[in-house]
Design a protein around this ligand. Structure first.
Ligand code: SF4
Length: 581
């Protein structure tokens, strides 16, 4: 059996949402339309890159393999055979987003079956929430809890290598013959500067393992190399359905308030990406959460850096006009992503706990951004919120028309269902009755089983006092149809693209009716081979064309010379250390 060129200290595997998605016929619906990845949720968490960078800095090696992407792009890609060829010292699997409950556990099972002596480590927010349940699965050896696990993970790998005791490793849940142990949650950093995302490491991994595809974050990334620089962990806001809200973090990650990285470290990371790509760079998190001085210093440093890339700013609330003017003064190419979730003040108040802005103030802010040089203004709305009725969803689409009437094509609107799951640990999950939710799953195992239901109506883990699951699905398709028509009418998308989206929505609705009828007759729709390919076609880009989310394609997205320089450095390193291929 051919061996891989080097044995990583840690092999990081990203599983698809549902492991055997290629053999199933499930109408996942538009649950991933608003993120770059598909319903397979092939995008791996940023934590993979921070872990790889941290271990690298400590003299250890890590390899990222995006199994989900490999499985999507090659129907014959054989996961067990691939895993059998690897010789890692440990395997890490993310269960950060709960929609991976099925795939992550199945990949862990396969790893354990093939390499029974290799430790399997799980991590991510969902792993943290379900750590007691997760550790009971025979294929899971360790769970690292919290949202900052790089140093504890390094300690664990060293301890496993040296056979040292494990009871002093913070944030670790583990088991031995004596039972399950939950070490104290002792690692909660007060700054994020201890770790970075090194974009050059991705290129190095590609060169070292002679594998271009496995490290890519999501399908189509070559064409749309959006770079993400995280600015914060945790959040000061209290959105009811969010697994990163202040209350949730207090319980889940033991973080009393959000933690930031310094402006210096943040902008240095942006510059590192800009050396490699000409594509947009998204700053994840609202800069203003760390205070006005922090935000001003970031902007001043960006100004001094004189980057040609578009910088995307995320806004959690409505900033004063002078903040946008500051951005405009400091950053030549910028865009905004803003998620009010609903146009309806009552719904926003129910979701955000007295939203700190009115709809009128929000509109003022949008006008100001358009008055300035903002190159792109994406406004996101959501279906499935507390206090939101079918009528309110219709009102949101009417409001989108009102925004389109501002007459500026830089502004775009999107609407999608919250799904498939309300976040575990969120206030809505913990106190469903209080916020008007009804949950269909509480445990990890129940969520794993939901993921293989035949249609997304049955996959959703919630409904609300105001909309049943059926109504949530109906409202989604209706809103999608109307918004698509408005986008054509106001020239936001071409007629051709709009007609294609409309046809997709109509066919997805028809397919849903067929599956419902089949289920009503007691048939196993998910196992129907005749529906396999047909269904996956309508599970992607249903309510909008995913390309609307992407930036205009640039022929030359990458700084090829920089990539070659990194690859050359890696190959030279291998030659000098005598590592064969
Ligand atoms: S959804 Fe709300 S609570 Fe969650 S990260 Fe965004 S602003 Fe913060």
């Amino acid at each position: 059996m051919p061996r891989q060129p080097r044995e990583p200290d840690l092999l990081l595997l990203h599983a698809p949402s549902v492991y055997d998605f290629r053999d199933r016929a499930i109408l996942y619906g538009p649950v991933s339309d608003m993120v770059p990845s598909s319903t397979v949720f092939e995008m791996y968490p940023l934590g993979f890159l921070t872990i790889a960078s941290y271990l690298h800095a400590q003299g250890m090696s890590a390899r990222i393999v995006n199994l989900a992407l490999r499985m999507m792009n090659d129907r014959r890609f054989d996961v067990p055979a691939f895993i059998a060829r690897q010789r890692p010292r440990a395997v890490g699997i993310d269960l950060h987003w709960l929609p991976h409950a099925h795939g992550a556990l199945e990949v862990a099972r396969i790893v354990k079956e093939i390499h029974p002596d290799v430790p399997v480590i799980m991590g991510g927010l969902s792993s943290t929430y379900f750590h007691r349940e997760l550790i009971d699965y025979p294929q899971v050896d360790f769970v690292l809890r919290g949202d900052s696990t790089e140093p504890p993970l390094h300690q664990l790998l060293v301890a496993l290598r040296d056979g040292a005791p494990l009871d002093g490793i913070p944030n670790l849940t583990w088991k031995d013959a004596g039972g399950v142990h939950v070490n104290p949650h002792g690692y909660v950093p007060t700054t994020l500067d201890y770790v970075d995302i090194r974009p050059d490491l991705m290129i190095e991994m590609m060169a070292r393992y002679r594998d271009l595809e496995s490290t890519l974050p999501f399908n189509g990334w070559w064409r749309n190399p959006i770079a993400a620089v995280f600015t914060v962990k945790g959040c000061a806001y209290e959105c009811v359905t969010c697994g990163s809200s202040r209350t949730t973090c207090t319980h889940l990650t033991q973080r009393q308030r959000p933690v930031f990285r310094s402006p210096e470290s943040l902008v240095a990371n942006v510059q590192a990406f800009a050396r490699l790509t000409r594509g947009p760079i998204a700053l994840i998190g609202d800069l203003r959460q760390a205070g006005p001085d922090h935000a001003s210093e970031v902007l001043e440093r960006l100004r001094a850096a004189e980057l040609p890339n578009e910088i995307m700013f995320e806004l959690f609330g409505v900033p004063p006009a002078r903040f946008l003017q500051e951005i405009d003064r400091c950053v030549p190419h910028w865009s905004i992503e803003f998620s009010p979730e609903s146009h309806d003040q009552a719904v926003r108040d129910a979701q955000e706990g007295e939203a700190d802005y009115t709809t009128g103030e929000m509109e003022e802010m949008l006008r100001e951004a358009l008055r300035l040089r903002c190159e792109r203004l994406d406004v996101f709305f959501m279906i499935g919120l507390p206090a939101q009725t079918v009528e309110s969803v219709r009102g949101t689409v009417d409001y989108c028309e009102r925004l389109f009437q501002l007459g500026d094509k830089r502004l775009s609107c999107f609407i999608s269902p919250m799904g498939p799951f309300i976040d575990p640990g969120s206030r809505g999950f913990e106190e469903p009755e209080r916020f008007g939710y009804r949950l269909f799953a509480r445990t990890l195992e129940e969520h794993r089983q939901l993921l293989v239901q035949p249609t997304w109506e049955h996959i959703l883990n919630y409904e609300t006092k105001w909309m049943t699951r059926r109504e949530l699905v109906d409202a989604t398709y209706e809103a999608a149809r109307r918004l698509n028509e408005l986008k054509m009418q106001y020239g936001r998308i071409s007629q051709r693209r709009g007609r294609r989206v409309a046809a997709g929505i109509a066919e997805a609705s028809a397919l849903r009716a067929r599956l419902d009828a089949q289920m009503a007759r007691g048939g196993d729709a998910a196992g129907d081979p005749a529906l396999k390919g047909e269904i996956s076609r309508f599970s992607m880009s249903t309510v909008c064309d995913k390309r609307e989310l992407f930036w205009r394609a640039r022929l030359n997205n990458f700084r090829i010379t920089e990539a070659l320089r990194i690859m050359g450095r890696q190959l030279a390193g291998r030659a000098s250390r005598g590592h064969g291929g």
